[in-house]
Structure formats: C-alpha cells, structure tokens
Design a protein around this ligand. Sequence first.
Ligand code: HEC
Length: 152
Amino acid sequence: MLKKVVLLALGGAFATTVAAQSEIFKADDLVKYRQSIYQVVGAQAKVMGAMVKGEIDFDGEALHQRAVNIGNVGKLLGETYVPATQGVKESNMLPAAWEDMDGFSAKGKAFGSALQELIAVSGEPGFDEAKAKPAVGKLLKSCKACHDDYRD
Ligand code: HEC
C-alpha cells in the first residue's frame, strides 16, 4: 500500500501501477457481461423487427428509442472482447473471430454504421414504416452477417 502511494506520488508511474478498467473483470464474468449486452441488443432488435413486419403497431418514436438503446449498450461491447475470454466454454464466439480480428471488426463497423443511419433517419420528422423497413432491415442483416461467420 505504502509502496503504491509512494509510486503515485512520484507521478508518471500511475499507468503502470493501476489496472485498466477492463482488467478488473474475470474472463467468465466478461462473457456473461458480453452475452447480457447482446440480450439487451437482441430485445431491442426484436421489437423493431416486429414493428416493421406489422406484428405489432408501428411507433416511430419508440423505434428511435430502441435504436438509441442499442447504441448506448453497444458501446460497452468493446471492453468485453478480451483475449482471455477465448478459453471460456460458455462463450459462443468462434475462434475465427480471434484469428481474424480485422474481419470481425469490419462486421462490427458495418453494424455501427447501419445503427447510426437508423438512429438518424428515425429521429427525423416524417419517419414512417416505409422509411423504417429498409433501415431496420439493414441493421438486422448486419447482425446476421457477423453471426454467420463468428458465432457458434
Ligand atoms: C461484430 C459481430 C456481431 C454483431 C455485429 C452482432 N453480434 Fe450478436 N453476437 C456476436 C457474438 C460473437 C456473440 C457470442 C458472444 C459470446 O457468447 O461470447 C453474439 C451473441 C448474440 C446473442 C446471444 C447472447 C447470449 O445470451 O448468449 C444475441 C441475442 C445477439 N448476439 C444479438 C445480436 C443482434 C440483434 C445484433 C444486431 C442488432 C447483433 N447481435 C450483432 C457477434 C455479433
């Protein structure tokens, strides 16, 4: 403890004595954290999908809020992609994702831009079912594109 305080007082040593935020998590917990985020993302996507398919009433404002929700939790996914989680058997992330991080990141980026487009268009006046359909469709395709290659 004293040593840490002395090191901190010396300055500059801060980065080497204090762990990064994501380093406080155990690999098992990171997988649960990741899957929980995807559960939240999945629930938002399910409602949006049901709206554009006409299974439930269309509500543009609610759809916009769902898209924003995905953006808010989706931001947290990054810190769960820690290499140590590769060894967690509950994880359904395929080894292909770890071997091809560029490809995996590209799918993540496509998802990010489809989401940004949906957030933008759904926040505009006059947003309706006709506009929602292609934008939600593009987002859902981006989910599938990543799952097809990188999820068990
Ligand atoms: C860049 C890749 C990628 C994108 C994009 C992506 N996912 Fe996933 N998803 C994964 C991976 C990898 C897992 C497995 C995580 C694990 O088990 O470690 C997963 C798991 C899930 C799960 C299961 C969570 C659980 O409880 O095990 C759901 C639901 C899900 N994703 C929904 C979605 C939806 C909906 C979208 C789009 C709005 C989406 N995902 C976009 C990669 C992605």
